[in-house]
Design a protein around this ligand. Structure first.
Ligand code: SAH
Length: 283
């Protein structure tokens, strides 16, 4: 598999010794890597990767040393500061370092903090964006994160704060009033509190919700529910992280755009789930 994809002719940047490339690996499906990520995998001799990076992606760098920096099997996660300093150390040792993170490195991934530490230590870096789970993961479930008939804005929010508890610092009232579609990262653990906060701020209990777990991977699971039943249904169906929660009528679009279900032979359930009575081409 390593050499089955050749990069198109282009002046691809060279990963020089002593540099760190901070790179998004996308939500899972290796096909969602960028060409810059592939170029990086081909040159790196040290790859520091997170739990959310799909193992199949690492197969594209068979020779590189792989350094795991995440939580797995209940072990405590490597401390953020230790990870950042490890990157500095590797760079100073003259390695070609690839820091590979799930999704996009700057979306709820502490990529900004790592980049800051590198700059503070005089390490040269390149940032390679990736497809974030809150956009690409929803697309794999047939949910467009914006749709003209649904929303003019979307809010991406984390389900817990720095201490790991329910996000008390988030103004759910403002989000509830200001955003027709709410996309929650890391929201499974505190789903009940989040639902309660949104309902308390006046959100419709019957509002459609989709929860996409393991998005874009072979084990992708999608739960379709409503706001007042969201937490109970998550517990009941034993949905496990990583999962994205999408609250809003965009979730209904899955009824017609569940392209993976259609590939599996199911027929679309409702061709006009938003009830506008106008096919897109008339708009
Ligand atoms: N930088 C990442 C987000 C890291 S925070 C990105 O841009 O996607 C970790 C959270 O991302 C998880 O708790 C989950 O909410 C979400 N996530 C990452 N990969 C996912 C996947 N394959 N399916 C569903 N959610 C995912």
């Amino acid at each position: 598999m390593t050499d089955s994809i050749s990069l198109p002719a282009h002046h691809w940047p060279i990963l020089e010794p002593g540099w760190v490339w901070l790179c998004g690996a996308g939500p899972g499906d290796p096909g969602l890597l960028t060409l810059h990520a592939l170029n990086a995998l081909r040159q790196a001799d040290a790859i520091v990767y997170d739990a959310l990076v799909d193992e199949r992606i690492l197969d594209w760098a068979p020779e590189a040393e792989k350094i795991y920096a995440g939580k797995r099997g209940g072990k405590p996660s490597a401390k953020q500061r230790d990870i950042s300093l490890r990157l500095v150390e590797l760079a100073r040792a003259g390695r070609r370092v690839l820091r590979l993170k799930g999704g996009d490195p700057f979306v709820f991934g502490r990529g900004g903090e790592e980049a800051q530490t590198l700059v503070q230590h005089g390490v040269q870096l390149r940032i390679i964006p990736g497809i974030s789970a809150g956009i690409g993961g929803l697309a794999y479930a047939g949910i467009p994160v914006t749709h003209r008939d649904v929303n003019q804005s979307v809010t991406f929010v984390t389900g817990h704060d720095q201490s790991g508890s329910a996000p008390s610092s988030i103004d759910w009232g403002a989000i509830s009033r200001g955003s027709q579609v709410i996309v929650i990262y890391m929201g499974i653990k505190h789903a009940a509190q989040i639902a309660q906060a949104l309902l308390g701020a006046g959100r419709d209990p019957a509002e459609p919700v989709a929860v996409v777990a393991g998005a874009t991977t072979p084990s992708q699971k999608v739960l379709e529910t409503r706001l007042d039943r969201m937490a109970g249904d998550i517990a009941h169906t034993r949905l496990e992280p990583p999962a994205i929660i999408c609250i809003g009528r965009a979730a209904l679009m899955r009824q017609v755009l569940d392209w993976q279900g259609q590939i599996a032979g199911e027929t679309p359930r409702d061709l006009d789930p938003l009830g506008r009575g106008r096919p897109a081409e008339q708009g």
